[in-house]
Structure formats: structure tokens, C-alpha cells
Design a protein around this ligand. Sequence first.
Ligand code: XLS
Ligand code: NI
Ligand code: NI
Length: 433
Amino acid sequence: MTGFFKGIQQIKYEGPASDNDFAFRHYNPDEIVMGKPMKDHLRFAAAYWHSFAWEGGDPFGGRTLDRPWFGDSMEAAKLKADVAFEMFQILNVPYFCFHDADVRPEGNDFATNTRNLEEIVDYFAGKMDETGVKLLWGTANLFSHRRFMSGAATNPDPDVFAFSAATIKTCMDATVKLGGENYVLWGGREGYETLLNTDMGRERAQAGRMLQMVVDYKHKIGFKGGILIEPKPQEPTKHQYDYDVATVYGFLKDFGLEGEVQVNIEQGHAILAGHSFEHELALARELGIFGSIDMNRNDYQSGWDTDQFPNNVPEMTLAFYEVLRAGGFKTGGTNFDAKLRRQSLDPEDLILAHVGGMDACAAGLKAAVAMLEDGKLEAARDARYAGWDAPQGLSLMTSDLTSIAARVQSENINPSPKSGRQERLENLINRYQ
Ligand code: XLS
Ligand code: NI
Ligand code: NI
């Protein structure tokens, strides 16, 4: 034990009446809801970057956090891993996620980075064996180092494209070696700062080629997990190509990859794109590309990707309702892509942030299950569209304008508007909280 968490014991479920800050009120991992244990519905993962690599900086000030593993040596990287796995066990999260740059010291070239990553991957393998914690997904950080300032796959310099492809290969290898269940591609700086210096056509083609190579390599090495794109509309670049779920779907269709790649949808990114989280989830389900979620929340007043821990149960209810309607997670899960506020200095803050987030998700899941099992919301939705299941509605889908016009005239079709009953449904869903 490193002693970093000062003897905090594993967090247990104590029920809604508990007065203990270090306990779950709603997350009861083995409780069966809708036919399976809660932990298998939620499939929680902790994110290495926010909890262990982020130093507490913001655009106006540097590091606020004081962590004994900050430094660029292999020794520091191993101490960081020791503490990370202690946190995973305290929280009893089944999974974690990481970027290469979160876990290994930064080298001066590709070969050193690869060697460093491989050493830490072996170290992780031992820790995963000891603790039973698994890898939800791995990914490459192709946005922090200055070589990526103009993008990775979409860089005007082909050498950066090559460096990025090589790095993705090593990160896919690391993910597979650790039994990871998905590989994620978030387009960090795949976008532009100004159209004045940007050839959008070329950049799109480069991104398409990179994704095709990722899919080809997945099949070549027999990786059975998901390849997931994480949409985001802007930040760090002014415009990101993977703007939202709809944009990613258009891109996948363009390159013929819609059957190969799914999406990892993040709450805060949905908000930045001007959508709700449930909108993005529902659309991904309808398009057949729902994969996984990055759970966090944005401050609605700031207009930034603030990556706060979720704490709004009604929002989580609508999100998990869509996840359940999509049939639940297959290879995906609920990754806390969330960080502390920069004044939250204490090790216990890190634990309590996750405890609250996990509880908000569990409470949301339970309310979503109650909504689905009750069936009133779906019955209302079905009733609204019932005409489309009747013969006349069905026939419209195979008619043409001429025959429809003839029918409207001969039968004197004259529609009468019906209430959308929004308030009634809003009242209904509040009853499940
Ligand atoms: C940044 C993204 C990032 C991805 C992984 O906004 O959310 O953290 O999840 O690269
Ligand atoms: Ni994000
Ligand atoms: Ni994310």
C-alpha cells in the first residue's frame, strides 16, 4: 500500500438512509435490476488522465494538486499505477481507461515512447491480475505534445500522420495485450483553427484513411472489441470534424465504416454541441452505432468542457433510459471522464467525487428501469404513432406522390391536430425519481 488514501476502506453499499460520506446510497453492485446485477448494467470505469495525470491547472494558473507521482520517470509512473489501482479497489470499479501519455514518461522519440509504454503495460498486467480490475478501453493521446498542434491524422505534415499511425498501433497493441474491451479515438485536434490555412477535403480524406487502417489492423490482429469514435464539436480546436453523433455517422457512411465503428458519447460534449445527452444517445441507438459513454457534466453557464462529476439524477435517468432502450452496453460502459475542481486538493476528494458520481448513475439507472418496466412512457409514445401501424399508414411508406394525392382527394383526408401531451409526460417521469 502506498498510504496515499490514508486508510480509506473499500466503499460499501449502506442504502439511502446512511449518514456515512464514504458509502454508496444507491450503487449496490450485486443487486439485480432488470435481470442482471447493477454492476453489469453500469460497467463503471475510472479515467486515468483526470484522476492521476491532471495537475489542477486552468488557463489562468498552473498546478494546484500535489501528488507524489508527478515527474517524468518510470519510477513515478509505477507509483502512479500503484495509487491508481488502490483507488480502483477502494471504489470497487470493475474497469479503467487510459491514454499512453497518462501512464508512461514522455520520451524524445517514438522508440522511447513505445519502450516506456510496454514497460508500464507489463506492470499493469500484474496489477490487473492481482486486483481483477479490467480495461474498458485504451487510446492514444495525439493532442498534448506540440508535434500534434495542427492535428494528428488531419495534419498538413505527412510525417505527423505517420507518427500518429505508429502511435495508434502501439496503443492498440497495448489495449489488446491488457484484454481491453474497446479502443477509442477522440479527435483531439482533428479540426481547424482557421479555414484560411485549411484544406478540408484533404483533411477529411486523411482522417478516413486513418480510420480504415485502424479497422484493418483490428481485423488483422483479431481484436474482438469495439472501435469507438468520441464526438465533440469544438475545444481544443475551434471546429472539430467529429462534431456530434450525426456528423460522425455521415463520415462513417462516406468511408463505408458504419458497420465497423460505434460512438463513445460524452455528456459534456453533447451539451457543447447544443444537444442533450439523451438526444445523442437516442440518435446513436437509432443509427445502430451506440457503443459506450463518457460520464461527466458541464457547467451549463460556462460554455466549456468542464468535465465535472455527474450529480443530477433526473439527467442520469434520461441517459440510462436511452442506454437501456439501446439494449444496454455490450463492450461499452460508463467511464468517468470527469475531474476534480482545482481547489479539491485532498486524496479523499478523489474518492468522494467518484462515490457521488457512481451513486447518481445508479439512482438514475434504477429510475430508468422503473420507467421502462412500468411501460407508461413507451405506451404513450406508441399511441402517438399508432396510425403508422394501421394499413393506411403502412401503405404510405410504399406509395408515391400521385397515388397519395388521389387518395387524399377521394377520401377527403383532413387531419385534425392532437395534443403532444408534453407536460403530462414530464409529470409522469418525475414520479420515478
Ligand atoms: C476530451 C475527451 C477525452 C477522451 C479521450 O474532451 O473527452 O478525454 O475521452 O481521449
Ligand atoms: Ni471530454
Ligand atoms: Ni471523453
